[in-house]
Design a protein around this ligand. Sequence first.
Ligand code: NI
Length: 192
Amino acid sequence: MTAELAPTPNPSAAPAAPEAAETLPLVLAPDPRLKTKTKPVTESDRATVRALAPRMLATMYAAPGIGLAAPQIGVNLRLAVIDLQAEDQKAPIVLVNPRITAASQEEATREEGCLSIPGQYADVTRPASVTVTYEDVDGESHSLEAEGLLATCLQHEIDHLDGILFTDHLSALKRNMIMRKMVKEKRLRKQG
Ligand code: NI
């Protein structure tokens, strides 16, 4: 990971924990770490998850983004964070070992982007609503029924944990076009 890839911390947007936590460098596509299925979080990972979650949230808020999965900071664990709320009413969700247990027949198409694929957006069609089970940082189990943007965001982040990017839902033509742009972008960042 080169220093050029590190997002700039934004102290003005970080008045309190977990936003006060230090940000982490983002992994940009194409990168094999983004194409790897992650390992489930076990009891022995609990301390790591407790330390990482605030930093992942800080990184996501600073970007800014509405979701971030562990592979995007180079960590191979089934862990993601989401917050769809506006700056002044933060409502972070930390998802440990999230799993989609039900998905609607009905589909919805929404424009998606990704912090690992900056500047690139495309329409992705997915189930319109999903049920997700997950654990919180304390290992407590939860179930969440979601529709709309939250349903899209949950599926996008859980995809990351399975080594799938939103571009994998596009035609090969569109995907290759975006990845060629990313290769160029990464080359430029390395030179800069
Ligand atoms: Ni993403």
